[in-house]
Design a protein around this ligand. Sequence first.
Ligand code: HEC
Length: 462
Amino acid sequence: MSAVINAFVVILGVMLAGGHAVAAGDESAQVWPERLHGHGGPVRSVALDADDKHGLTTSFDYSVILWRFEAGKGQVVHRMIGHEAAANDAAFAGAQRAVSVGDDGAVILWNLSDGAVLDRVDTGDDKMLAVSVSADGQFAVTASWDRTARIFALEGDRLSERAVLDGHRGNVNAVAFSRDGSRVFTASYDGTIRVFERESGEMLREVHSHGWGVNVMRLLPGETHLAFGATDGAVAVIDIAQGAVFKQLASHERPVLSLALSHDGSRLASGGGDGRIRVYDTGEWELLEEFENPYGPVWGLALSSGGAIALYAGLDDHVNIWQVAPREPFEPVESQFPRRFQVSAEDDLGRRQFARKCSVCHTLTPDGGNRAGPTLYGVFGRRVGTLPGYPYSEALKRLDFLWDEQTISDLFDHGPDVVTPGSKMPIQRLRSDEERDALVAYLKRATAPEGSGADSQGEQKQ
Ligand code: HEC
């Protein structure tokens, strides 16, 4: 194809998809969509592969999605089901495999050609927040609330635990390998950044002590420096050999929740609880662009090579894609923050309970909306764990009773851990009889299938 036709196709693609076209080099211009739709709950993390052709996202809907970016669209290649709680982070391990971690304390190795689980290790009950894979794709390191980082060897379709990195006095929040994979950097809620030897699992030294909890960290190209973001909003670049601050970057007004480094190492971006995203060039540490997400915190962030595109995740069920260079304005604000969980004081008590405590994981319509839990449409009179097509836990499938006013009330009077032990439901109790009764009454009305005779009139389905 001639360059002219190429350019035309690109422009057409942008017009059709309403997306962003960014010239990556002389020839290839990648067209990016404006959003990635596919998750049924807020997205937790976003990662790009080395050539920006594929992405990995994790969500509160418990799933991991592999995306392909093509002709201005973000296509869902696989929606990967395996975690039994929110999936917090995922990393590519070469083109064929990925590793993810979640609130269930599980580490999962995925086959990206078919989206199947190759192997999983359940490390216990503590949440795992982050995972990083060595440049050669041979090892993964995970960050856990049990105050450790763990090294896994990725051998073919097996995950095998090699070392537990001990010593932090708080949750480990972020982890990174040195380029050659021989060392591992860890950042913790205890305010310190440490470096360990991968092979032996031995701590080499404390690199830096910030005082406030360190949430996120990136090792910078050349490996003489690293960047971190902390709970006090500080963002800084550390000289690793000296252990001292080399450059203080602009602080966030709330905790720093995300840091992204483009694959070519030229751009770093920080995202915070204040909704701000700032993009820096990693040579001069100049602030290149800054913008504010009016819909709240930015806890997932990735930058395309060269930093022209930022993909970010927060309270929305989709990933937003912002064109950093040349800068495009942020989408006009459509609704009030937050976009979700909107309840009005006029709603009845039961409806408010559902909106606040259940709607992030359940719909009331025939379609489950890719949420973490099955739709509750038609749940009254349904045998537990029997909605066709929903991937129930083994624990729930083994139970044998019907859902009715009494059993649903019991579920939240005693808690899912008592009524449905071992299930993927979060532990949650509604201690107030009034609230529980109102919720059950609301569900009875709002989940009744059309034409069932029950009064579902006037209920706006969520
Ligand atoms: C964080 C996500 C989450 C929240 C919040 C949540 N659930 Fe669930 N729920 C699930 C999951 C996941 C399952 C499937 C459990 C399994 O397979 O072990 C489930 C299952 C159920 C079931 C059993 C359905 C069946 O087909 O057997 C009912 C009933 C239910 N939830 C009601 C509720 C109600 C009512 C609320 C709010 C008070 C709520 N859930 C809040 C995730 C959630």
